[in-house]
Ligand binder design. Structure first.
Ligand code: ADQ
Length: 468
């Protein structure tokens, strides 16, 4: 088995005892790295100020080596807060209106990718397989190829790939497409993303599908396919079951005073549809007054990317919407919505999901959305809750037994909430069992192994190509 080299913007460095941070992706990639030996490289999250980026700092942890680089203030502003999070993120989530194109930031994005390539090349061995993650590092393979690297290099995009018209609004779209064609395997979350990517190549006249999951573009042949990411299903289900003994979960249950819990858990991000969700909850309460005082909606939302102006504005907006809802519909002893800006430990999160009768996962667009999967995995098989899920989340491709909604339709989503709260046990069980079966057979370990089996040398196609 080849050694594995993972490259991502940030690196989930383990604690002093050598344990990786909680969360499916970090755990699964650490397991793969431990089995094969290898390197995880990325940005340290620190800035050197105005100076040079500084040398790589290397940390060893058994078979795994962490290679971290600091960036300058300018790098962080242009590459991370600039092009990655103010162009690629909004564009991939179909928010052309929020994209801010600045040549300087685009140049910074490519400059940091060159820096990553310069730092990585001396660490590589000829038979390493390299797995690059997410939109921050799309040009990395092309930069590595320019430096003579011939290893197998794969890329996985965690966020959606947009339709061609949206993508072509990025002034340097061609460099981005060419960058992707430099990989051997390009993984997307869903078949819709693969189709959008194929349409971009076709419209540009630069390439197309050639069969068997393979594409040819910009003079290279590579695999592009969907590899829907999974979670650590069985472990998370166990965490949720054990959480019944957690003091804080028992206190939370007491504070509900017999009311039903609806839960939303998201980073504070405009793609997650939190204002639209609050509007749907309000429509539900107004359209179904018999539920007033009988339910509580808990929204757990850690702040993210506060340096980007749209995120700071959203923080204000969601807080004021929550306050307005509580002000207009709450009573002396009922607060309809609890809103907290905090990150919770995974066992507590698992316990809260299990306590909830309804999971509200209503992004306007989302690559996958692991919260949807976590909510399902945490349920009590004897009395499962109901998932209300946006059809614009990648997760909806697999979790089609959820109540699928259009997050732009507040009244429709409100009706789905009412239906979820009234759903008979037999129907809840049937829907849940169907989804849980899928989550168990397609967990994050399966995802990781499946992706890597396509990246290994001597694996030329997904399925045999038709005879010429
Ligand atoms: P994210 O946009 O971060 O990820 P998501 O898939 O929902 O979205 O993952 C969020 C993770 O953070 C979940 O594991 C969740 O439990 C955790 N989390 C959220 N709020 C939390 C809180 N308050 N406390 C503790 N944990 C919290 C990107 C893409 C997604 C894609 C993932 C993985 O945008 O579409 O599913 O990568 O590929």
């Amino acid at each position: 088995m080849s050694r594995l080299v993972v490259v991502s913007n940030r690196v989930p460095v383990p604690d002093k005892a050598g344990n990786p941070p909680a969360g499916g992706l970090a755990v699964a990639l650490h397991a793969a790295l431990k089995e094969r030996g290898g390197i995880w490289m990325g940005w340290s999250g620190k800035s050197t100020g105005e100076a040079e980026p500084g040398p790589l700092s290397i940390m060893n942890n058994g078979a795994i080596q962490y290679a971290l680089t600091d960036l300058t203030d300018r790098d962080v502003a242009e590459y991370y807060n600039g092009f990655a999070n103010r162009v690629l993120w909004p564009i991939c989530h179909c928010r052309i209106d929020l994209a801010e194109y600045a040549r300087r930031e685009m140049a910074g994005y490519f400059r940091v990718n060159r820096l990553f390539a310069d730092r990585l090349v001396p660490l590589l061995r000829p038979d390493d397989v390299i797995w690059v993650h997410d939109y921050h590092l799309i040009p990395l393979a092309e930069e590595l190829r320019r430096r003579g690297v011939q290893n197998r290099i794969g890329f996985f995009l965690h966020i959606p790939w947009p339709p061609a018209d949206v993508f072509f609004s990025v002034p340097v779209y061609e460099s981005i497409l060419r960058g992707l064609a430099s990989y051997d395997v390009v993984g997307f979350q869903t078949d819709y993303d693969v189709d959008n990517f194929a349409a971009c190549l076709r419209r540009e006249g630069s390439g197309d599908r050639i069969g068997g999951g393979r594409f040819r573009a910009y003079g290279r042949s590579f695999i592009a396919a969907d590899f829907p990411i999974g979670m650590e299903t069985a472990e998370f289900a166990e965490l949720a079951e054990d959480a019944a003994h957690d003091r804080r979960i028992r206190e939370m249950a007491r504070s509900m005073q017999g009311r039903d819990l609806l839960i939303g858990v998201d980073r504070l991000d405009y793609s997650k549809g939190i204002p639209e969700r609050i509007a749907a909850y309000e429509a539900f309460l107004k359209g179904n007054p018999e539920f007033q005082d009988k339910v509580v909606y808990l929204q757990v939302t850690p702040k993210s990317r506060s340096e980007v102006p749209e995120y700071a504005a959203m923080q204000e907006n969601v807080a004021s919407l929550a306050g307005r809802l509580n002000g207009s519909l709450g009573s002396l002893d009922w607060v309809p919505m609890r809103y907290i800006n905090r990150s919770l430990r995974r066992p507590l999160l698992a316990g809260l999901y299990r306590m909830a009768k309804v999971g509200l996962v209503t992004p306007l667009r989302d690559g996958m959305n692991l919260v949807a999967k976590e909510f399902v995995a945490a349920q009590d098989p004897a009395n499962p809750g109901v998932l209300v899920l946006s059809r614009f989340a990648g997760a909806a491709r697999e979790l089609d037994s959820a109540l699928l909604i259009n997050p732009h339709d507040a009244e429709g989503t409100g009706r789905a909430i009412a239906r979820a709260l009234s759903m008979p046990l037999a129907e809840r069980k049937e829907r849940w069992e169907h989804m849980m079966k899928r989550l168990l057979s397609h967990d994050v370990t399966h995802w990781c192994a499946d992706y890597l089996s396509h990246l290994e040398p001597q694996r030329p196609t997904l399925v045999p190509e038709p005879a010429p």
